[in-house]
Structures are given as structure tokens and as C-alpha cells.
Design a binder for this molecule. Structure first.
Ligand SMILES: NC(=O)c1ccc[n+]([C@@H]2O[C@H](COP(=O)([O-])OP(=O)(O)OC[C@H]3O[C@@H](n4cnc5c(N)ncnc54)[C@H](O)[C@@H]3O)[C@@H](O)[C@H]2O)c1
Ligand SMILES: O=C(O)C[C@H](O)C(=O)O
Length: 330
């Protein structure tokens, strides 16, 4: 997407903790690349606008050469007008003791009008990343209200889970992060997600052979990755922010600029029925990107261990879909 015309990037929840970690990185060129100027469109609820004004002042004070303008909005119609990239961060975060399912009612209502506003006014090449939880189902709701936008342009973030899994696996193997490839997060961005190392490689060798520790895989790796969000909330008293912003940057950068040859990443995108995931659900898959389009990595062998875990997370996505459908959000 290298361009001399600024790319319009809308960020919702701009004054929140992820927003604060995200906006400066977008403005410095880390989202789209060092040659692409950006115009930021910050969308907040009315109570958040004053803080967003303060962040805009700080962005000005960074004198970023790529930042071609900042506008602040308190309604989705204006906020998404002309947007090329939309990062849907604004939502109510999970607090201690809450499960993501508790957030469905609170947050589902935000994403229906945002989807409608994207449908009405975003640019033809709009690409949407939903970060706000429950991210997969919020993306489903937003996409359902944007019938004129191809469903493949809506995605939800599991890149943070992917990055968490990369770190845990590299640490266990005593390997460099750059030697770990082909990890996958399947399913929902929730505690049911399945971080899969069965196709992963470490310095070209199968990760399961390098690690050779099924007990670690089942009792340590999978729960550590899947429950990392709750562990951060417990430790910090607030949900992950800088690492979430980092993952959002990684996700959009991969989407727009492509994934490296011979590797893949994880993103929650609309299912085409691959791997037994019902078509239409927004579920995490192993994905590559070329030319600004995600493709699900085809033809991976899925053994019984993985099958059970993928199915469990997909079952949760189906429950969430049914719940928002009952709420009239689909
Ligand atoms: N997918 C992931 O990996 C991942 C990781 C971390 C956090 N999250 C989620 O991201 C979301 C944001 O987290 P945070 O820590 O920045 O929260 P936060 O409470 O610090 O900020 C949320 C911001 O959104 C704003 N907001 C609320 N409703 C809005 C609306 N309708 N339009 C525009 N703005 C709105 C609020 O005013 C607030 O400024 C939460 O749902 C959190 O659970 C997802
Ligand atoms: O777990 C949460 O609620 C926050 C976020 O989704 C995370 O994974 O850190």
C-alpha cells in the first residue's frame, strides 16, 4: 500500500489504553510502512473526546513526518467516512473475574452501528481489524451490518495469541524467535483457543521433535498461551495494552505488506468451510497474505488431538454467534 496519498486510518477507542500504545506507532509508519503517509481519524464516545484531543496534541508534538492529519469524532458515521483501514479497539475491556462471553451484550451493540457506518461511508478498499472483545464475534456483528463490504475485509485479532505462543515455544526450545515458523492459533480469541505446534518448525526441524515433551505441551504451553490475557489482568490490574497494540500493528502490516515466504501467521477471518469450521464464522486460522488478501493455509493434516481442540473452540464461536443472533445483532 506504499502511497503518497495519505491512507485514512480510523481508530476507535482512541483514548483508551490500547489506543495510547497504538496511535504513535501508526503515526511513525510502523502500521503501513515507512513510505506511506497516514491521516488518523480518532473515534471516541463523547466522554472520551477530551482525552483524544490531548493525545492528538502529543501526536503533533512528535512531529512525525508521515502524519498528514488528525481528526477526532464522536460518532461512527463521520469516524469511518473515507476510512481505508479501521482498527476497532473501543469496547468495554474484561475485568477480573469476567469471561469474554459476559461482554457479548455490552459490546455487541457497539459493533452493529459501526459496521453500518463502515458500509455507508468507508473507502472501497476498507480493511477492518477488530481488537475489542469478544473480538471474533464483534467482527461477525460488524460484518453482518456491512453487506456491501466483502466479508473477507473483516478480521479479528489473534496475533497477540500467536506472538505469545511464539515466545513460549522459543523459550522452551532455547531457540531464537526468528527460528520459529508455522505456528497456528485456531478458533476463538478466548481461553478455548488452540495454539498448535504440530506444523511448527524450529530452525527447520519439526517443533514437536525439538521439544519432545507432550506433558509440557498439554499442561503448560496450551494453557499458558490461552490464559495469558487473564494472567496479565491479574498481574497488571488492567488488560494487556502495549502487547495488544503491537499485535494490531503486526496484523495489519502482514495483511497489507504480505507474510514472509515459507511462513504463515494467525488471524481470525471469515471461514470458507476449511478445516470443518462452518462457513461464515470468523475463526482463527493459519493464514498467509499476498496482494492485501488473506488466504487460509490449505491441506494441513489435523490429528485427533488437534481436532478435538479446534472443535471445542469453534463450538464456543457457534454459541457466541447464536447468542448475538438471539440479541438481534445479526
Ligand atoms: N484481541 C485481543 O488480543 C485483545 C487484547 C487486549 C485487549 N483487547 C480488547 O480491546 C478492547 C479495548 O481495550 P482497552 O484496554 O484499550 O480499553 P480501555 O477501556 O482502556 O479503552 C476503551 C476505549 O474505548 C472507548 N469506547 C467505548 N465505546 C466506544 C465506542 N462505541 N466508540 C468509540 N470508542 C469507544 C472508551 O471511551 C475508551 O476510551 C477491550 O475490549 C479489550 O478486551 C483485545
Ligand atoms: O484477555 C483479555 O480480556 C484481554 C485480551 O483479550 C488479552 O488476550 O490480553
Amino acid at each position: 500500500m506504499a502511497s503518497t496519498t495519505p491512507v485514512n486510518v480510523t481508530v476507535t477507542g482512541a483514548a483508551g489504553q490500547i489506543g495510547y500504545a497504538l496511535l504513535f506507532r501508526i503515526a511513525s509508519g510502523q502500521l503501513l510502512g515507512p513510505d506511506t503517509p497516514v491521516k488518523l481519524r480518532l473515534l471516541e464516545i463523547p466522554q472520551g473526546v477530551k482525552a483524544a484531543v490531548g493525545i492528538a496534541m502529543e501526536l503533533d508534538d512528535c512531529a512525525f513526518g508521515l502524519l498528514a492529519g488528525i481528526d477526532i469524532f464522536d460518532n461512527p458515521t463521520d469516524g469511518f467516512d473515507g476510512a481505508n483501514v479501521a482498527l476497532l479497539v473501543g469496547a468495554r475491556p474484561r475485568t477480573a473475574g469476567m469471561e469474554r462471553s459476559d461482554l457479548l451484550t455490552a459490546n455487541g451493540g457497539i459493533f452493529a452501528p459501526q459496521g453500518a457506518a463502515i458500509n455507508a461511508g468507508a473507502a472501497d478498499d476498507i480493511r477492518v481489524l477488530v481488537v475489542g472483545n469478544p473480538a471474533n464475534t464483534n467482527a461477525l456483528v460488524a460484518a453482518a451490518h456491512a453487506p456491501d463490504v466483502p466479508a473477507e475485509r473483516f478480521s479479528a485479532m489473534t496475533r497477540l495469541d500467536h506472538n505469545r505462543a511464539l515466545h513460549q515455544l522459543a523459550k522452551k526450545a532455547g531457540a531464537d524467535l526468528s527460528d520459529v515458523r508455522r505456528l497456528t492459533i485456531w478458533g476463538n480469541h478466548s481461553a478455548t483457543q488452540y495454539p498448535d505446534i504440530f506444523h511448527a518448525e524450529i530452525a527447520g526441524r519439526p517443533a514437536v521433535e525439538v521439544v519432545a515433551d507432550q506433558d509440557w505441551l498439554e499442561s503448560d504451553f496450551i494453557p499458558t498461551v490461552a490464559k495469558r490475557g487473564a494472567a496479565i489482568i491479574d498481574a497488571r490490574g488492567a488488560s494487556s495494552a502495549a502487547s495488544a497494540a503491537n499485535a494490531a500493528i503486526d496484523h495489519v502490516h502482514s495483511w497489507v505488506n504480505g507474510t514472509p515466504e515459507g511462513d504463515w501467521t494467525s488471524a481470525a477471518i471469515v471461514s470458507d468451510g476449511s478445516y470443518g469450521v462452518p462457513a461464515g464464522l470468523i475463526s482463527s486460522f493459519p493464514v498467509t497474505s499476498t496482494g492485501g488478501h488473506w488466504q487460509i493455509v490449505p491441506d494441513l493434516e489435523i490429528d485427533a488431538f488437534s481436532r478435538d481442540r479446534i472443535d471445542a473452540s469453534v463450538a464456543e464461536l457457534i454459541d457466541e454467534r447464536d447468542a448475538v443472533s438471539k440479541l438481534g445483532l445479526l
